[in-house]
Design a protein around this ligand. Structure first.
Ligand code: ADP
Ligand code: ADP
Length: 230
């Protein structure tokens, strides 16, 4: 079975050159996928197509075997199932306290108050931030902010988690902890997709790597093959 599929998609930012130039691939449920490529390869653009934030100019993006629809209602449903964690946590964390930030998604989905409290408690526990409820996010460390952002996405219990450069700004120990958290998510049945320019990070972690260059797929394979070790 397939959860996310791209069929010959293309995209051009207004007034710019083509960022995605004819890309096709599929992702199966429960896979760990790394989109790997240098800056400007098109990784972020592609990730933003998975939850409908960017709509391809040509070709089709599918979720759960259905072409993505871009009306408000369909996009709301899609974003509940595909959680997106931005590279910059400061842009994702919007509320004055950790609790309010993590509660935002479930509240927006119309959960009642006890369900919101449960969802927030579970999500904060998952990322190891119990007791942080009343803390203002701007006082937290980079790694803690990243976890708040992840908790905010987890509170909606998505099937797929998409991380743009998940370890950006974290020190080596923080990066390692974060990759372990991504492994736990995978272990618990989530499909996990990351973008990274860091081959060393992607190689040991991914089930499958998709190498992007200049808006095109260069290679797509298990890491040993994709990175040319066999
Ligand atoms: P990556 O995530 O691999 O660094 P991006 O998807 O951010 O790559 O960028 C792909 C291409 O699209 C690059 O040439 C980049 O300059 C261009 N691009 C990205 N965002 C914008 C934007 N908002 N407006 C115009 N061009 C953009
Ligand atoms: P790191 O260097 O590990 O990225 P920081 O030195 O920024 O993290 O923060 C270390 C700890 O101190 C964190 O637990 C963070 O929540 C806390 N902290 C950082 N800044 C403040 C602040 N202004 N007020 C209260 N606690 C803070």
């Amino acid at each position: 079975s397939i959860i996310i599929e791209a069929r010959d998609i293309r995209y051009r930012y207004p007034g710019s050159r083509e960022a995605i130039r004819g890309i096709s691939f599929h992702i199966r449920p429960g896979e760990k996928i790394a989109l790997v490529g240098p800056n400007g390869a098109g990784k972020s653009t592609l990730l933003q197509m998975f939850n409908g934030m960017i709509r391809p100019d040509a070709g089709t993006m599918l979720f759960d075997n259905e072409p993505i629809r871009y009306d408000t209602r369909s996009l709301r449903q899609l974003r509940r199932r595909v959680g997106y964690v931005l590279q910059n946590s400061d842009r994702q964390i919007i509320a004055p306290t950790v609790y309010q930030d993590v509660a935002f998604g479930p509240a927006n989905l119309g959960f009642d108050e006890p369900a919101i409290r449960r969802a927030v408690a579970l999500a904060l526990q998952y990322v190891g931030l119990e007791g942080f409820e009343r803390r203002p996010p701007h006082q937290l460390s980079g790694g803690e902010k990243k976890r708040v952002a992840i908790a905010g996405v987890l509170a909606m219990d998505p099937d797929v988690l998409v991380f743009d450069e998940p370890t950006s700004g974290l020190d080596p120990a923080g990066s390692e902890d974060l990759m372990e958290l991504l492994d736990e998510l995978h272990h618990d049945g989530k499909t996990v997709i990351i973008s990274t320019h860091d081959v060393e990070l992607a190689y040991p972690w991914a089930d499958r790597a998709i190498l992007l260059l200049d808006g095109r797929i260069l290679k797509e394979d298990v890491p040993d093959v994709a990175f040319g070790n066999t």
